[in-house]
Ligand binder design. Sequence first.
Ligand code: BTN
Length: 330
Amino acid sequence: MATESTDRRVDKLIHLLVKNATVVVPGPKIASEIGVTRFKVFGWIENLRSLGVEIRGVMGEGYQLVTIPDILVPSMVRAELGDHPIGRNIVHYFRTESTNAVALRLAADGAEHGTVVVAEEQTAGRGRMGRTWFSERGTGIYISIILRPPLAPAAAPVLTLMAGLAGQRAVSSVTGLAVDIRWPNDLLVNGKKVCGILTEMSAEVDRLHAVVLGIGINVNHSLMPTALENIATSLRMEAHRGISRVQVLVALLREIERYYQLLLKSGNKAITERWEAASTFAHGKRVRVTTAAGEALATTTGLDPSGALKIQYDDGRQDFLVAGEVVEVK
Ligand code: BTN
């Protein structure tokens, strides 16, 4: 499938099959309900099968879903969300270069607050600090959420922390796993990374135009590439069972809505205090700090209300980290 957003009629096809999951739906009925030829329906069914959607074809009769597909098209996700701004508009791709790149373009074209860009696969997923994000097809969650907060650019770090908190809640409630947050917003399970967040924005000096929260979650990978296996894992590998991507995504969007409202209503401290309670990295953690200036060892001493991580270097200097990376040292 091309790097165009998913044809709404493919979503309709999935919806139709899900709605009639216990019966064989005749090909001509599908074709007329979604307004395409039977040949087109056949082609789309083949594409969906290649993504792991199990569809039984009955000669001369039609098609039947074998299992409910774990695919992140709007019809699978929207039904589970209430009528809240985040997730009201979902733009789905089977494949794209980077959902953050797409979301930044959509935001520049005026996309509404809460628009979510989701992809089954990314060919150039972006990570923090100029890294790439491993974006295997159909196994992870790769999304970007466009927010238009009535806040100054200085609020961006707290929006990032908020996304980490929401991710922690969502992942632990769906999987039952214990999830830690490493500053600023990596989610760790058993010390390895399962989720990363890349915040990008367009702003003027005193006003945020749009913030794009790009979130990648390793969900059903059965193994990680060799270069990552010591530092990253997936929810499936830790829970020892397959995890529904739809359920994780729905929980994530709901939690982001909840924490976003909390931030607007109660301010930064409501988020930073919850973050401090939720992360073992907030206080007394021995870490290796990497910034533009280089690497050094330090101990964490809490969060500043702006979202900066307070640290004390081994040479006694104290600092507020606003950018950079920390890794636990034992
Ligand atoms: C990190 O390095 O920890 C941040 C990774 C962020 C990855 C996500 S996947 C969806 C979105 N689109 C991207 O290109 N990157 C983010």
